[in-house]
Design a binder for this molecule. Structure first.
Ligand code: UDP
Ligand code: MG
Length: 337
């Protein structure tokens, strides 16, 4: 994947604080105050300059008012979206506007523990570029959440070749350079450590605490595991040039066409050598199906290839729309969504 900075995607005063904590929130009104009550003392205890960026992902409850209240502390910055576009886009907005040398995303429902941030930063100080949290003792329902996510983690680990136990934990720490140049979609925020590793980053994983959700509801169900797996296929296509879609579809297409040619040769052999008519055998059907499927596969490969190019060319486009920003010096960017 290209490491070009997408136009307009970053603030100019980067590096003016040491740590940026990014928190996407969607309908978390009861969690904002308790979270700040624990997060700010934990960050104060680090002895580093910091900012907290809440990205309000189009909440329809009292989240915006709660954020306005906590923003009386000027280190707490708020980006309000016009509508709900999803956790990944919210994280992208946070990355685009973060000024820290280190970026720490976390959930806004206190399932991640602010006390773990110190440990993640200590790992970066040891020389790692990315530290990924591992919810070794995950506090979500076993059958519907923990088990499917374990299976998905195994699959992602095998497909990507980057071995982590828990890709889905939001709590991670990145050196800011590791996040530059990506536009994230769908469930892709969890794959950033994989991209970073592919680019040569030093990656490690660290067990972190995980708490049950106390207020509000989870926004996700079992269907997310399927979305994650499908997104992984897209990630493979979009980031690794050697797995171009035309190679995969094209190879399958050529195989089908080759099979149909073999079936055709066999039909001619039957007729000429044994004098058997092939009209009443399955051979004509095999030849036709092989040819049609082969051509279709190659066309699909071409289409997928075209889409991949469009994806790259449209990377400058933002997928979120900002309504207001609190405690930022710059005005909200023009709406490019
Ligand atoms: N979230 C968001 N936009 C959404 C869905 C979720 O910003 O469309 C936020 C949510 O408020 C929380 C985080 O993403 O801070 C993780 O969501 P949730 O706790 O529902 O996920 P789970 O912990 O159940 O995986
Ligand atoms: Mg949660």
């Amino acid at each position: 994947m290209t490491l070009l900075l997408a136009p307009g995607s970053a603030t100019t005063d980067t590096g003016t604080v040491s740590v940026s904590v990014l928190i996407p929130v969607y309908n978390e009104e009861d969690n904002i105050a308790p979270l700040c009550g624990r997060l700010i003392p934990a960050l104060d205890g680090l002895g580093r300059s910091f900012e907290v960026i809440f990205v309000n992902d189009g909440s329809t409850d009292g989240t915006e008012a709660e954020l306005q209240r906590v923003a009386s502390d000027s280190r707490i910055r708020v980006i309000n979206f016009r509508r709900n576009v999803g956790q990944t886009a919210a994280m992208m907005a946070g990355i685009d506007h973060a000024r820290g040398d280190v970026i720490v995303p976390m959930d806004g429902d206190l399932q991640n523990d602010p006390q773990d941030i110190a440990g993640l930063l200590a790992k970066l100080d040891e020389g790692y570029d990315v530290v990924s949290g591992w919810r070794a003792d995950r506090q979500d329902g076993f059958l519907l959440r923990t088990l499917p996510s374990r299976m998905a983690n195994k699959l992602i680990s095998t497909i990507s070749g980057v071995k982590l136990n828990d890709y889905g934990c939001t709590l991670k720490a990145y050196r800011r350079q590791m996040l530059q140049g990506y536009r994230l979609y769908g469930e892709m925020h969890r794959f950033v450590p994989i991209y970073a590793r592919w680019q040569g980053a030093k990656l490690t994983e660290m067990p972190v605490r995980h708490h049950p959700r106390r207020h509000g509801q989870s926004k996700y169900g079992l269907e997310r595991v399927l979305k994650v797996v499908l997104d992984l296929v897209v990630v493979k296509f979009l980031t690794q040039y050697e797995t171009k879609p035309i190679y995969i579809f094209g190879f399958a297409g050529l195989m089908f066409m080759g099979l149909s040619v073999l079936a055709g040769i066999y039909a001619i052999y039957l007729k000429l050598v044994d004098g058997i008519s092939f009209i009443l055998t399955p051979l004509p059907l095999l030849v036709t199906m092989g040819l049609v499927t082969g051509v279709m596969c190659i066309l699909m490969g071409l289409l997928a290839e075209l889409l991949v190019r469009i994806y790259f060319e449209s990377q400058g486009k933002s997928h979120y729309s900002i309504k207001t920003m609190l405690n930022f010096d710059e005005p909200p960017p023009p709406d490019r969504s």
